[in-house]
Design a protein around this ligand. Structure first.
Ligand SMILES: Cc1cc2nc3c(=O)[nH]c(=O)nc-3n(C[C@H](O)[C@H](O)[C@H](O)COP(=O)(O)OP(=O)(O)OC[C@H]3O[C@@H](n4cnc5c(N)ncnc54)[C@H](O)[C@@H]3O)c2cc1C
Length: 357
C-alpha cells in the first residue's frame, strides 16, 4: 500500500510556522503543520503550542497592530471554538496581546486550508526521500519538504520566584518588554555577562533609572568592546561574584509585581537586596532542535545554519528553516514571520524544481 506523501510539513506554531503555512497554503501546497503537544514538559520548557509570544502580554512592536479597540475584530476574526485560548478580550484600547496575535495567525493559516495537528515531532529521518517524520502520539508521516520553525526557548534560572513573576516583572526579552510602563524610570536587574547581556542592559538604560548587571564572576564574558560599552554607561552598575537568590515582590497584586531581587555573593554567601522593578534574563536561548538528532547542520551555538545567504535552505536539500531556530541575532516575531514566508517560497520553488508541484 502506498503511503501518502505530504508536499510540505511545517514543524512549529510561532510566527514563523504560521507565516510559512499562510504562504504555503496560498500556493496550494496543502501544508500540514505540527503545532506541538500540550504537555506539562513543553509548558515548563517554553515550547507550548503557539510559540513564545503566547507567553507574553501586549506586543507593541508587531507592525499593523497599533493600540486600539480590537475586541470586535478579534471576536469576529477568530472562530468561537478557539476563544478559550485567549485571555479575556478587553473592551478598552490595547495593543494586540501575544496570544491574540498568535490566534489570528493560526486562523489565517487554517482559513487557507492549513491542516493542524496538536502534537510534537519527536524524530525525523532525512537520509532519503521522501522524508520520514515521527510524532509523539499521531503516528508517522512522509513529506517532500519540511519547514523547521520550532523556535528557541529562553534560558531561565529555574527559581520558583522567577516563575511566579514571569511576564509580571521577569522577562527574557528587553527589546520586547523594556519600554513597558512598569519598568520606566525604575531600577532594573539584568542577569548575565555576555554580549547579549550588555546589549540588553544598554537597551534598558533608555528607560530605567539604573541597571544592575549580575555577574557570577569578577568580570563580564562579553567581548572587550561590549565590556567597554557597559563600563562607559553611567546607568549600568556591575554586581560581581553574585547570583540571584530570589525575586521579591507582591505576587498577590501583580500591578505591584517585582520590587526587588535578592542576590548572593558566591564567595561569602552573604545576601543583599537590590531594589528593582524587573529582572531580565540574558543567559542565552536554546534552539529547539533535539528531534533532528544532528541530521541538519548547525552553528557551534546550536542554531540551524542557512547554507546560502538570504535563503532558508539548510544542509539537507528540501529542508528549510525559519524563525528563531535559525536566528540567534534578531529574534523578533516580525523577523520570524518574514523568514517563515521566505521558507514557504523556497519550498514551493524547490518542489517546482524537482517536478513535484
Ligand atoms: C516573554 C517574551 C516576550 C516577547 N515579546 C516580543 C515582542 O513584544 N515582540 C517581538 O517581536 N518578539 C517578542 N518576543 C520574541 C518572539 O516571541 C520570538 O522571536 C518569536 O516567537 C519566534 O518565533 P518562531 O516562530 O521562530 O518560534 P517560537 O515562537 O519559539 O515557536 C515555536 C513553537 O514551535 C513548537 N515546537 C517546538 N518544537 C516542536 C516540535 N518538535 N514539534 C512540534 N512543534 C514544536 C512549540 O510550540 C514552540 O513554541 C518575545 C519572546 C518572549 C519569550
Amino acid at each position: 500500500m502506498s503511503v501518502h506523501v505530504e508536499n510540505c510539513i511545517i514543524i512549529g506554531s510561532g510566527p514563523a510556522g504560521w507565516s510559512a503555512a499562510i504562504y504555503a497554503a496560498r500556493a496550494n501546497l496543502k501544508p500540514l503543520l505540527f503545532e506541538g503537544a500540550m504537555t506539562e514538559e513543553n509548558r515548563v520548557m517554553g515550547r507550548y503550542p503557539m510559540g513564545q509570544l503566547a507567553q507574553t502580554t501586549e506586543v507593541e512592536n508587531y507592525a499593523g497592530f497599533p493600540t486600539g479597540k480590537i475586541k470586535v475584530f478579534l471576536e469576529s476574526a477568530i472562530d468561537s471554538d478557539r476563544h478559550y485560548m485567549l485571555p479575556p478580550i478587553e473592551e478598552h484600547p490595547h495593543a494586540v496581546t501575544g496570544p491574540e496575535l498568535m490566534e489570528l495567525m493560526r486562523q489565517q493559516a487554517t482559513n487557507f486550508g492549513t491542516r493542524v495537528i496538536t502534537d510534537d515531532i519527536v524524530s525525523v529521518d532525512l537520509s532519503g526521500k521522501p522524508f520520514q517524520l515521527n510524532t509523539s502520539e499521531s503516528g508517522s508521516f512522509q513529506a517532500h519538504t519540511i519547514i523547521i520553525a520550532t523556535g528557541a526557548s529562553a534560558n531561565y534560572l529555574g527559581l520558583p520566584s522567577e516563575e511566579v513573576f514571569r511576564n509580571k516583572g521577569v522577562s527574557a526579552c528587553a527589546v520586547c518588554d523594556g519600554a513597558l510602563p512598569r519598568f520606566r524610570n525604575k531600577p532594573l536587574v539584568v542577569v548575565g555577562g555576555g554580549d547579549s547581556a550588555v546589549e540588553e542592559a544598554s537597551y534598558l538604560t533608555k528607560y530605567a533609572s539604573k541597571v544592575h548587571m549580575i555577574l557570577r564572576r569578577g568580570e563580564m564574558r562579553a567581548s572587550k568592546i561590549m565590556q567597554q560599552r557597559a563600563l562607559d554607561n553611567p546607568k549600568i552598575e556591575l554586581v560581581k561574584f553574585s547570583v540571584v537568590d530570589e525575586v521579591l515582590g507582591d505576587a498577590n497584586d501583580m500591578r505591584v509585581g517585582v520590587t526587588g531581587v535578592r542576590v548572593k555573593n558566591v564567595d561569602t554567601g552573604t545576601t543583599t537586596v537590590l531594589e528593582a522593578a524587573g529582572m531580565f534574563l540574558a543567559i542565552g536561548h536554546t534552539p529547539n532542535t533535539n528531534f533532528l538528532s544532528g541530521q541538519v547542520e548547525k552553528h557551534a551555538n546550536g542554531y540551524i545554519r542557512w547554507t546560502q545567504p538570504y535563503r532558508t535552505i539548510t544542509s539537507v536539500e528540501g529542508v528549510f528553516a525559519a524563525g528563531d531556530v535559525a536566528d540567534d541575532y534578531y529574534r523578533q516575531a516580525i523577523t520570524s514571520a518574514g523568514t517563515g514566508c521566505m521558507a514557504a517560497l523556497d519550498a514551493e520553488r524547490y518542489l517546482a524544481g524537482v517536478g513535484v508541484h
